[in-house]
Design a protein around this ligand. Structure first.
Ligand code: FES
Length: 106
């Protein structure tokens, strides 16, 4: 279980307990957090689960796979801390994680 804070583009915060084993995307979708559409259901094939990982968490969330990198090419306003939230697995190590949601997914 990890407490994850999702911050919408307008600053609205959603602090949620997300079960280990789910992805950061699934935690948002199950709790109806707006701004993560996840059209492909987590198959790394749509880039509508784009988030910005708070820089202090970048080490813990790991590296992007080559497939994730290539999907991010289709996302708007990609930054160095951009990730596809369906590719980040939740574990106790991510307790306190903060992600921001891009304006383009609203
Ligand atoms: S849900 Fe489609 S790429 Fe993440």
């Amino acid at each position: 279980m990890a407490k994850i804070t999702y911050i919408e583009h307008d600053g609205t915060e959603h602090a949620l307990d997300v079960k280990s084993g789910l992805t950061v995307m699934e935690g948002a979708v199950k709790n109806n957090v707006p701004g993560i559409d996840a059209d492909c259901g987590g198959a790394c094939a749509c880039a509508t689960c784009h988030v910005y990982v708070d820089p202090v968490w970048l080490d813990k969330t790991g590296d992007k796979s080559a497939m994730e990198e290539s999907m991010l090419d289709f996302a708007e306003n990609v930054e160095p801390n951009s990730r596809l939230s369906c590719q980040i697995k939740v574990s106790d190590a991510l307790d306190g994680l903060v992600v921001r949601l891009p304006e383009s997914q609203h």
